[in-house]
Design a protein around this ligand. Sequence first.
Ligand code: SF4
Length: 368
Amino acid sequence: MPTDPATPSESSATQKPSNAGHSRTLARHPRPLGGDPIRTLRPTVSLSSMILNNEDDAVHHLSVKKKPSWLKAKLPGGENFRATKANIDSHKLHTVCEEAACPNMGECWARGIATIMILGDTCTRACGFCNVKTGKPLPIDKDEPRRVAESLRGAGLKHIVITSVDRDDVPDGGAGIWAETIMRTREACPDMSIEVLIGDFKGDEAALQMVIDAQPNIIAHNLETVRRCHPAVRPSARYERTMELLKRVKAQSAVAKTGIMVGIGERKEEVFELFDDLVAMTADHNGPRDKHDQSRGDACDIITIGQYLQPTRNHLPIDRWVHPDEFEEYKRVGESKGIKLVVSGPLVRSSYLADEQADMFGLFDESE
Ligand code: SF4
């Protein structure tokens, strides 16, 4: 699915290994990705082969690495948090915040902001970083767009992010439900901007076009990681296919956004290469021109960069804690290479403070 996280990526390393956790992990991952979450097996267990070729490093083994101080997040709780939860539950909706055990729930939900996850709670893909349940989903729920819109009506939000699981089991990948959700949400909340964090629809151009035609304010699709790490981190997706999707969005004048996790096995230089690719590959169209260089198209507008956190011991291990100074460097370098807004920090997720990102990008200014 298109995690939100660091999508996905919206995940937490806070779960304690226990027998209960073990059964939960197996239940949530009918197609286990490898490894064994039981702590006593640690010396024989490693998922590191999935992120091989970090030539300069020794083999990594699963181990609980102490979180650095800069990754402390606000604990969930309080009146606003409970009100957000009650609203989600009463409309029988899912959120990626909960499904991915996002560390920012305490902060976001206290602000009344959650990222709604449509098309059910079960993803047809099994990415190595993502905590969303994977398996055979229930049939498409045709009433879901109405419930999403009703949950947002009167909530007083300036901006909302909606995402989905991947539905490779249905012919349009869920694009029809996406379009209806956007349309109904706009009707219910005409002054709110809508950001959609979508999957790749397996490259189906007609499905993507349905979403573009529904005219959300921002269309996001996450790269999740650098090119080399795709086979291990995101085996059902393709680096080029994601770039192609973002290019199609830009060719039609929409605002495009992507996101990656760091600390999952990539190297700094590879992130810089990804910046170059993002500018070059998403600007390769005949649509609106780049403001500073008319010879090329307008490129992907926003990228978010956050620390990968291993959701359970059955997911890919953390390769390293990325220091806040390095996040600063990514912002500096990315923007110097032509990306309009780089939002980079340890706890940044694609939907984290997305209203502020939209504000920084000037979305509200233009619409007001
Ligand atoms: S960053 Fe906030 S809105 Fe996004 S998934 Fe995490 S808790 Fe939800």
